[in-house]
Design a protein around this ligand. Sequence first.
Ligand code: SAM
Length: 279
Amino acid sequence: MSKKNLLIKPYLKWAGGKRQLIPELKKYVPKNFETYYEPFVGAGALFFFLQPKKAFINDHNEQLICTYKTIRDNVDELIELLKIHQSKNTKEYFEEIRALNKSPEFLKSMSYVEQAARLIFLNKTCYNGLYRVNSQGLFNVPYGRYKNPKICEEALLKNISLYLNSCEICITSGDYSEVVLGADRKSYVYFDPPYHSPDNTSFTGYQSGGFDESEQVRLKKTFDNLTKKNVKCVLSNSNTEFIRDLYKDYDIITVTANRAINSRADKRGRVREVIIKNF
Ligand SMILES: C[S@@+](CC[C@H](N)C(=O)[O-])C[C@H]1O[C@@H](n2cnc3c(N)ncnc32)[C@H](O)[C@@H]1O
């Protein structure tokens, strides 16, 4: 399959999704690279935009990674299950499906494809398409009341499946630091971590555990190590003093983005973000 001959885009809405930052991000994609790495892939806006022939995509959210792997390995059954969810979509049904994770045994009681269909259904129908979990790691977003949510995007899912199967795409759910260990001078790495929030009011709780300042410092060490190995890296983050100071030895570009998902209404809308690069 030649590059970009399929219509592909993210199939999930994800907090921190980068679709509207693509015009900026594409300016900093190296002309030639062999392997693409996206260690915090989320909904994969840049990944799907680039459609690389060889890539490592990763996110430590196992339920999210379950959807990528299921689209690759079992797309027809996934589509059937999504059609069933689509036909039953009401607030009561949503709450029933959401409540399935209250039992600690829930992952064992559902097949892999059922878990993938559950996440896609909840993502398409919940408020704001926000994937948020509480301190016990349980998805707890309310119903979104969309008029006609596209729960089963059959053609898109089939195209993504074809793409994932016809290219060399490695999909994992580990920590970002492990995924990039094999990157070399012919690689391009795009880091899109949970954003730094000085007052802790921004949404960063994709998974219990969070991503605090010590995590931002740990990530910077990974960025430094890759820089020493001549790996081309780009990272996006919020435009805070802490981040600007942490990456002061690198090229920092300030951009404006639209942010819809924030727990504080005054922080939604147009905000400044940074793109940091080492080449
Ligand atoms: C800002 S989002 C990425 C958004 C993505 N670029 C998009 O366009 O949708 C950050 C992601 O990092 C993941 N994450 C958080 N900590 C991680 C870690 N230590 N290793 C790998 N992924 C992590 C979260 O699950 C979340 O999906």
